[in-house]
Design a protein around this ligand. Structure first.
Ligand SMILES: Nc1ncnc2c1ncn2[C@@H]1O[C@H](COP(=O)(O)OP(=O)(O)OP(=O)(O)O)[C@@H](O)[C@H]1O
Length: 580
């Protein structure tokens, strides 16, 4: 959806698709206001008739009409409230979906600076406030402003002295409100920010529960929680106190209005320019004038909070990914060639994580990537997936620069299995197909059987519909890796990047994994971040990274045959089956 960058542009973009409902709402509001203004006139006529000692059926008819219109007015209010809630939720649901989609497309450097908890608070908290904005603002503020204008017109129609003085009173009141309108935005913005930080903190700590317990950091974590909640309390207290200023203002204003009306009515009545019924009408309309004023003030709080929410949502929509989609190119079927041409990269400007990396893989070639922890192996995989762009140099896949590809298309042609396999609290089917319902069940089962998971699969109570517990609970690390392999089988990419599990697995799973890797790599180019000797033996070429630079690169056979190579030394010092 097209989203304008101004607040009104943003709101209009989401209201336009519901324009009919918006117009209907407008009609209902105008109708309701019309009745509200007309009803006291009936009351005026009733009093006038009583004053004239008129006992005709007119009195009864007027009373019945008054009651009937009052009921109709209530029905209209209910319908308008329902419709505005509906419009609000439709608009904000669409906005929530667009914002989530936008956030998912932003590059990793953005996500590095914003915790998931903070983003949840924005997508959920801020946008829920916006839903309130639509329902509260439209019904309570917009409609009440219209009612206010209507009442002022009635005052002018009754008597111009009354019109001038009460319009002056209302304008003065509005001016005060207008001057006060910004005072609560900032404290509420601070409150939302502090809340987002608290959620971010909680999310991070819950993720690290195991580490917190094992390192005895429980008390420290709780202390930090107190600091966060205290900050939140202080921010909430400040915001609420400041919000009370515009709230208490109408009480004073109401008293002033009544004083003006009493003095004027008494004066006009004593001059014989006003009947008792009209004096009564003025008081009735003045009460009515106070109602929208009160409602506007009461809703100002929600309105201010929503304004802060809109500002934050707009900021988020304005955030652009530093990675631009290329024009796109066609990837050939089958294994894809890969080339790194003098690639350098750093997560921060002042620290280079990779320096002058060059290598070339023929279609179907397997590269064993070795290096100590922190040497830059995972970073190479991230650059290939275009989670980041190199600072200098080029990366080519299927002979084209990665920057020329459409990012979604590129990622379809690369399969990656990391050590930390993400499984969702969803069915086995959805976990394997990534919610792609075009893949039929037979293909999914084939992939599962192909990887030697038949036994595991047949023990599932509901087959492909079995829902996996959160975070892949109940699955061993080896099984999770095998499921990740199945995902790749189903997508059939031309390049596979495999970050081999460094933890030791039991011999049966180890054997299953070995066979599965064998099948996975068949007919594909592969980069394996290897931790095992047996995997290395499968590689055609070897690249050893050290502090982000190439320490050694060449054919495995040649490096093995060369007794002076670093690779040979590494093989000799690697204890048991596991490489450093
Ligand atoms: N998102 C990030 N932001 C900033 N620095 C990072 C980020 N990810 C990694 N680094 C740094 O980049 C360097 C290379 O990290 P990388 O993860 O590529 O190493 P690795 O060889 O894959 O390590 P391991 O074997 O432990 O996974 C490290 O110094 C690391 O601290």
């Amino acid at each position: 959806m097209q989203t304008g960058f101004s607040t009104s542009g943003l709101l209009m973009a989401y209201l336009r698709p519901q324009i009919r409902q918006v117009l209907l709402l407008l009609l209902l509001l105008l109708g309701g206001i019309g009745f509200e203004l007309f009803n006291p006139q009936l009351l005026g006529q009733f009093i006038q008739a009583l004053e004239n000692r008129d006992q005709s059926p007119f009195l009864y008819r007027t009373a019945l009409l008054f009651i009937g219109l009052a009921i109709l007015q209530q029905v209209i209010t209910v319908l308008a409230t329902y419709l505005s809630e509906r419009i609000g939720w439709n608009a904000t649901n669409a906005m929530r979906a667009d914002l989530t989609n936008h956030l998912l497309r932003l590059d990793l450097s953005f996500h590095k600076d914003h915790t998931p908890g903070e983003l949840i608070e924005r997508v959920d908290g801020d946008i829920t406030t916006l839903a309130d904005f639509f329902s509260q603002f439209v019904v309570h503020i917009f409609a009440n402003v219209l009612l206010l204008i209507g009442i002022l017109i009635v005052f002018w129609w009754i008597n111009w002295y009354i019109g001038i003085s009460l319009t002056g009173f209302a304008l003065l009141f509005l001016f005060c409100m207008y001057s006060m309108r910004h005072i609560t935005i900032k404290p509420w913005k601070v409150f939302r920010q502090v809340s987002a930080e608290l959620y971010g903190f909680l999310e991070e700590r819950f993720n690290g529960t195991e580490d917190i317990r094992s390192s005895g950091a429980h008390a420290y974590t709780l202390r930090q929680l107190y600091v966060h909640t205290r900050k939140r309390l202080q921010a909430a207290r400040k915001a609420r106190i400041i919000s009370a200023i515009p709230w208490s203002f109408p009480l004073l204003a109401g008293a002033c209005g009544q004083l003006i009306a009493i003095l004027l009515s008494a004066w006009l009545y004593s001059r014989g320019d006003m009947s008792l019924a009209t004096a009564f009408l003025i008081f009735f309309y003045l009460e009515l004038l106070l109602k929208p004023i009160q409602a506007i003030i009461n809703q100002l709080d929600t309105f201010q909070r929503a304004s802060a929410g809109i500002a934050r949502v707009r900021e988020l929509f304005q955030q652009r990914s530093v990675l631009e989609d290329g024009p796109g190119y066609a990837f050939p079927a089958g294994a894809l060639p890969v080339a790194f041409e003098d690639v350098s990269f750093g997560y921060n400007e002042d620290e280079k994580v990779l320096q002058h990396i060059s290598f070339h893989l023929q279609p179907g070639e397997i590269l064993g990537l070795l290096g100590r922890t922190g040497s830059g192996k995972t970073t190479i995989a991230r650059l290939l997936l275009r989670l980041y762009d190199p600072t200098t140099g080029n990366i080519r896949l299927a002979e084209h620069n990665l920057r020329e590809a459409r990012i979604a298309d590129l990622r379809k042609h690369i399969g990656i299995v990391t050590q930390d396999v993400q499984l969702f609290n969803a069915s086995v089917r959805d976990n394997l197909t990534f919610f792609d319902h075009s893949i039929d069940d037979e293909r999914i089962k084939e992939a599962i059987y192909e990887l030697g998971l038949r036994h595991w699969f047949e023990a599932l109570p509901e087959g492909l519909d079995t829902v996996l517990p959160p975070n892949g609970g109940g699955l061993s690390a080896g099984e999770a890796q095998l499921l990740a392999f199945a995902r790749i089988f189903l997508r059939d990419p031309g390049l596979v990047i495999l970050d081999e599990a460094s933890s030791r697995l039991d011999p049966v799973t180890e054997h299953l994994l070995e066979q599965a890797i064998e099948r996975l790599l068949r007919g594909r180019t592969a980069i394996i971040i290897a931790h095992r000797l047996r995997t290395i033996q499968r590689a055609d070429s070897i690249l050893i990274l050290e502090h982000g630079q190439i320490r050694e690169y060449g054919s495995r056979a040649l490096l093995t045959a060369d007794p002076s190579s670093h690779f040979t030394a590494l093989l000799q010092t690697a204890h048991e089956e596991v490489l450093a």
